[in-house]
Ligand binder design. Sequence first.
Ligand code: CDP
Length: 236
Amino acid sequence: MTLLYEGKAKQLFMTDDDKVLRLVYKNDATAFNGEKHDVLQGKGELNNAISVLFFEVLEAEGVQTHFIKKISDTEQLVRPTRIIPIEVVVRNITAGSLARRLGWEEGKSLPEPIVEWYYKDDALGDPLVNDDHIAALGVAKTEELEEMRMRALHVNKILLDLCHKANLLLVDFKLEFGVLEDGTLLLADEVSPDTCRFWDAKTKEKLDKDIYRYGLGSLQAGYENILSRIGGVVHD
Ligand code: CDP
């Protein structure tokens, strides 16, 4: 089957139905814009299982997503979209680039969630941009940005609730949106510990990709911990 796209952690294949694509989660882990790279056994199936569970919950709560169904431990079917090259980051607690940029201590609760836009461009290192930059780049319309902001905050509410029940802190996360031919906006890409920061609510232990970024232990152990807390399984 034709490979449409290969990213750092996933591959996207065509199927014989032009309304359906096959998304394959790889075992590759990368950090710092690809400077660090390893293959970690079991990572693909953990991320597939976690992302499937989040997409199912989001769909049940009325969020329109590209997700169709899980077809194997490492694969799911999704709808083809034109990806808007803007990464939407939502933050509840200070960490990562926000803490670095503003000189803030990590782990402080924000009074209100912060929504940020990053322009998806590996060569530029995905720079932080504002609405005016996006208008000048011509990559998303004002109405699309407003819609993406509302959807991202809705996703945040749903995930915060799920995490609360699982004794997890949802520190921050990144979303990507895609557009169907008729203009419908869908949540696309993935929702997994590769793209979200999750901490243990009590100990503040990091259970997400920061384990790999900063060499804190076993990434798979962290991801398994998240999966079991949110009630998911690797093998159906
Ligand atoms: O990860 P880093 O500290 O460089 O960046 P960040 O801006 O603090 O990341 C905010 C959130 O977005 C984290 O949950 C990252 O895992 C996620 N992110 C992502 O999934 N992909 C990117 N290219 C950048 C950030």
